[in-house]
Design a protein around this ligand. Sequence first.
Ligand SMILES: CC(C)(COP(=O)(O)OP(=O)(O)OC[C@H]1O[C@@H](n2cnc3c(N)ncnc32)[C@H](O)[C@@H]1OP(=O)(O)O)[C@@H](O)C(=O)NCCC(=O)NCCS
Length: 137
Amino acid sequence: MTADQMAALHAAAFTQSRPWSAAEFAALLDSPHCFATGDARAFALVRVIADEAELLTIATHPEHQRQGLARSCMADWMQQAASRGAAYAFLEVAADNIGARALYERCGFATSGQRRGYYARPDGPAVDAIIMSRALP
Ligand SMILES: CC(C)(COP(=O)(O)OP(=O)(O)OC[C@H]1O[C@@H](n2cnc3c(N)ncnc32)[C@H](O)[C@@H]1OP(=O)(O)O)[C@@H](O)C(=O)NCCC(=O)NCCS
């Protein structure tokens, strides 16, 4: 999947926050620590450093949501991260992102921290970030 495809999908899926540019995705994909999984319908971008994997972003195009695509990307990146040596995975999610939080819980993640007022919102008060984590097999 190219950086341009990722930027287009990210912009279509993220309506509450600033979309990431193709240049930002290209820079991340250039890093030997980062890898992506998925296709033009859904993808996840992950960074592995030492024994920790961080989910940087995940998105499913609105036309393809609730078809199990994100869950499949989650399973795939956790397996790839484990084979790169990660023993632990974490991510950040906005407290009001009910769908993503449900997805992560179904994928074995549990809340391990909170950052107050982390995500700015154009039409209201800032929203907390929830940090979720899990061990990798
Ligand atoms: C969150 C997101 C990636 C989920 O993608 P998806 O492909 O639709 O998710 P899946 O179909 O694999 O869903 C797997 C499970 O997650 C949960 N889930 C996913 N979306 C949900 C929603 N909107 N509401 C409640 N639960 C949801 C459900 O348990 C679902 O299983 P089910 O459909 O059998 O009930 C997608 O909604 C998205 O791109 N949102 C915008 C971007 C975003 O918020 N990314 C995460 C930032 S931290």
